[in-house]
Design a protein around this ligand. Structure first.
Ligand code: SAM
Ligand code: DTB
Ligand code: SF4
Length: 343
């Protein structure tokens, strides 16, 4: 199916800053051969095409600044092979309790003062459990929204009623990554199925919360697996509004500790392909910036990435220093992208 006009979910894409040109195709019928052909184009042509489309939809020279906070760290029951927070791996990450609402809001206030427009709260849970902890998360969401920030959560699997409660609390977006292709998924995670992941995403979508879903490259998957991940994301009835692309942070103690770092150009190809397949999505250059030069990060932005997480830490691993990020953006003439509704 190909849509030529603004889709019904258009308003959910709060960041889209220009009237949608009718020439922008929102396709949901990508084949592996088509995506592989895009992904493997000569690099400069790929980047040129992605940047050209990016400029049709988004304000050029703008990148959203997002802040990430681990509100519940470590001790997770799952076996995600990349994750330093899985209790079964000896990574030095200690299990902590859920943070207090007031402390989370202090952190969100600081993030806002530092320029963030989106605040993402992550919990090392397999799934959300109803009760006092979930009620605290709802208070966190309300508080973050009251600060005028977009509120995003990533808390594992959820039920329809929990999705509804998060929506009512004002949650902007829910992050639940597919991580990799359906075919490669079983090599990385055994304690949850791909179908479970898709179901959670569907529940988020049905509750009217914007969907944030992407993946990780560099876990030993093939290029076809990367393409298949993007196809699963794009061939859903509605594209995710937000697509984080992570490069594996290989953490000692995890099964993937010995993975070779991805080449920056692989991130550029993945980002450009995501941009071309999902033109309205925020494509987020997420984990892995520590291993990338500033020039490589700029090339990712040239390829259509329009969001970064700033702050010295992601959830548990290091991220570039705030001052370095700000200096990079300033030098490159890149300004913070504001959500369209707040502009
Ligand atoms: N527990 C929840 C879940 O798994 O959905 C939410 C938190 S989980 C840490 C959020 C996402 O972070 C994962 O889906 C994965 O894509 C990403 N992530 C975790 N560890 C990573 C690593 N070492 N390198 C890159 N991305 C990672
Ligand atoms: C996403 O795709 N990447 C972010 C955010 N969504 C939650 C998390 C990256 C985590 C990297 C490993 C860590 O710091 O623990
Ligand atoms: Fe747990 Fe999420 Fe880490 Fe998997 S990715 S081990 S579910 S915190």
């Amino acid at each position: 199916m190909t849509e030529l006009a603004a889709p019904p979910h258009f308003t959910a894409h709060a960041h889209v800053s220009k009237p949608l040109p009718t020439a922008v195709n929102l396709r949901h019928d990508w084949t592996q051969a088509q995506v592989r052909a895009l992904h493997d184009k000569p690099l400069l042509e790929l980047v040129y095409e992605a940047q050209t489309l990016h400029r049709q939809v988004f304000q050029e020279n703008h990148v959203q600044l997002c802040s990430l906070l681990s509100i519940k760290t470590g001790g997770c029951s799952e076996d995600c092979g990349y994750c330093p927070q899985a209790a079964r791996y000896d990574t030095g990450v200690k299990a902590e309790k859920l943070m207090q609402v007031a402390d989370v809001l202090k952190s969100a206030t600081a993030a806002k003062e530092a320029g963030a427009t989106r605040f993402c709260m992550g919990a090392a849970w397999r799934e959300i459990k109803d009760g006092p902890q979930f009620n605290s998360v709802l208070d966190m969401v309300k508080g973050v929204k009251a600060l005028g920030l977009e509120a995003c959560c990533t808390l594992g699997m959820l039920s329809d009623s929990q999705a509804k409660a998060l929506k009512e609390a004002g949650l902007t977006a829910y992050n639940h990554n597919l991580d990799t292709s359906a075919e490669a998924y079983g090599d990385i995670i055994s304690t949850r199925t791909y179908q479970d992941r898709l179901k959670t995403i569907e529940r988020v979508r049905n509750a009217g919360i914007s969907v944030c879903s992407g993946g990780i490259i560099g876990m030993g998957e093939s290029i076809d697996d990367r393409c298949n991940l993007l196809i699963t994301l794009a061939n859903q009835p509605v594209h995710p509004e937000s697509v984080p692309i992570n490069a594996l942070v290989a953490v000692e103690g995890t099964p993937l500790e010995k993975q070779a770092p991805v080449k920056p150009v692989e991130m550029v190809r993945m980002i450009a392909t995501a941009r071309l397949m999902m033109p309205l999505a925020m494509v987020r250059l997420s984990a892995g910036r520590m291993q990338m030069s500033q020039e490589a990060q700029l090339l990712c932005m040239m390829a259509g990435a329009n969001s970064i997480f700033f702050g010295d830490k992601l959830l548990t691993t290091d991220n570039p220093a705030y001052g370095e990020d700000m200096a990079l953006l300033k030098e490159a003439g890149i300004a913070p992208l504001l959500p369209a509704v707040e502009r």
